[in-house]
Design a binder for this molecule. Structure first.
Ligand code: HEM
Length: 468
């Protein structure tokens, strides 16, 4: 039964419509389902699941911007799969809320900034990691190469250096194991995880239900952090912390540390948040970037011409952006067209809240549809088209658009936005400066996505050649 004042949407009596929506969403046609409900019920709609869980969808830019700025909408739901990952407690940053979320978000932001986030030192780390990647890529020039997951280690290492002052090389079994479990995590944590509505399924079908991969991921990361913490504790110099772990360990020594969740267990969950939030998203963006450059070779040529003319062969720097407007506009169009997290991360209401003439009850799950904003035909005109020019002014400068919100907006916007923007710009510019990407003859390329909480392209290959 829909509560009084709840946003309109299908009721349990319309079971056929709900079943159709579930089947289509599981098949990957979430966009079609959302468009159908939006047309029928409006830009804010909701329904109550058979479990009693209330679900509200917000689709338009102005509404999302306003809701995300309101503290009432800044919670995270108690979803089974999220809680499994943090030992049935609300820990970490991504799936936490309230006072500990706010303290740990501020702590992470402050210390990651001190450790180089968005600074020049970060730029040289990105360039070092690019050279490692390029060395590997050069061995496969001219052959069809699977692009999916190609960039995970590069991106993981950029973060790993800030968090643990280490890098992992390709032959390190931990690196491969870690990347595989993060991927499993994204495939299993999302709305398609059946244990979110029927937790008992974990006892009958632990693998299929996604429960076992989640536990594997959690235990692997906790084990890894336990080791890192021991190593760090034995060499900790309180007057000169090397990385995020050192800074967290120092905070763990304060008298009220337990109460504020400065604990080893929370450090492991925050580590999971940073690596899962930071690795999969940025490396998947690079996958989309390569796919789109292969699908649109003319755009690739224009970016390469701009890079050649502006840099004359030297490596790019983040401060080159004003001289590379077409490259920037292409990245903006990639992030619009790819929209990695089309419903952001699920929000929840911390109290009953009045919104746009409706009442959204406390503990409702609220999905902010960034994907609908990016694909709104009323605003973009031709949202399906891949057209970097939409982010350029008539005289060729970058046109920033407040409706481009791949990192979310408001109180819970992405904590890694500065890092991700820099990584994306630097790695994209380096890759296109060094290599020319083309399609494998006969291979059909499409924008269709795979089965994961992060929008990933289907598996595809490309051929790349070194540019002279
Ligand atoms: C292209 C890359 C990235 C994209 C598109 C992206 C996008 C997002 C989005 C849409 C959200 C959810 C916003 C919301 O719930 O309203 C988010 C949250 C978050 N992201 Fe990112 N992100 C990226 C890279 C990163 C990186 C590199 C890091 C790590 C340093 C990171 C860490 C986080 C964290 C910790 C949160 C949770 C913030 C909170 O709940 O308070 N992300 N990101």
């Amino acid at each position: 039964q829909q509560p009084v004042g709840f946003p309109p949407g299908p009721t349990t009596l319309q079971i056929g419509e709900i079943l159709w929506a579930i089947i289509e969403a599981r098949k990957g046609n979430l966009t079609g389902v959302i468009a159908y409900f939006q047309k029928k019920y409006g830009d804010v709609f909701g329904f109550v699941l058979p479990t009693g869980q209330k679900l509200v969808h917000i689709l338009k830019y102005d509404d999302i911007k306003e809701a995300c700025s309101m503290p009432e909408f800044s919670g995270r739901p108690n979803v089974f799969a999220f809680l499994v990952r943090s030992y049935q407690q609300k820990l970490g940053i991504v799936f936490n809320d309230g006072a500990t979320w706010s303290e740990h978000r501020r702590f992470a932001l402050r210390h990651l900034r001190d450790l180089g986030l968005g600074k020049n030192s970060m730029e040289s780390t990105v360039l070092d990691e690019f050279e490692e990647l390029a060395k590997e890529m050069q061995q496969d020039c001219g052959k069809p190469v699977k692009i999916n997951f190609r960039f995970n280690l590069t991106v993981l290492n950029i973060l790993w250096r800030m968090v643990a002052d280490q890098r992992l090389d390709n032959n390190n079994p931990n690196a491969q194991k870690y990347i595989a479990t993060v991927n499993d995590f994204f495939r299993t944590v999302g709305p398609k995880n059946p244990t979110n509505v029927a937790p008992w399924l974990r006892h009958v079908m632990p693998e299929w239900s996604g429960y076992a991969p989640l536990i594997r991921h959690r235990d692997m990361v906790e084990g890894m952090f336990r080791e890192l913490v021991r190593e760090h504790q034995s060499t900790l110099d309180r007057s000169s912390p090397r990385d995020f772990i050192d800074r967290f360990l120092i905070e763990m020594e304060s008298p009220d540390a337990e109460a504020r969740e400065f604990t080893e267990r929370n450090l492991a969950v925050i580590g999971m948040d940073l690596f899962a939030g930071g690795m999969e998203t940025t490396s998947t963006s690079l996958m989309w970037a390569v796919l789109l450059m292969v699908m649109y070779p003319d755009v690739q040529t224009r970016v390469q011409q701009e890079l050649d003319a502006a840099l004359g062969g030297r490596l790019p720097s983040y401060s080159d952006r004003p001289r590379l407007p077409y490259t920037e506009a292409t990245l903006m169009e990639i992030s619009r067209r790819a929209t990695l997290l089309p419903q952001a991360a699920p929000h929840s209401t911390l109290s009953d809240v009045a919104f746009r003439g409706f009442t959204v009850p406390r503990d409702s799950i609220v999905l902010m549809h960034l994907g609908s904003v990016h694909m709104d035909p009323e605003y973009w005109g031709d949202p399906e088209a891949f057209r970097p020019e939409r982010f350029l002014t008539a005289d060729g400068a970058v046109r920033h658009d407040e409706r481009l919100i791949p990192f979310g907006v408001g109180k819970r916007f992405c904590l890694g936005e500065t890092l991700a923007r820099m990584e994306m710009f630097m790695l994209f510019a380096c890759l296109l400066q060094r290599f020319r990407f083309s399609a494998v003859p006969g291979e059909k390329l499409s924008m269709e996505t795979g089965f994961s909480a992060v929008r990933q392209p289907q598996e595809f290959s490309a051929v790349y050649e070194l540019r002279s």
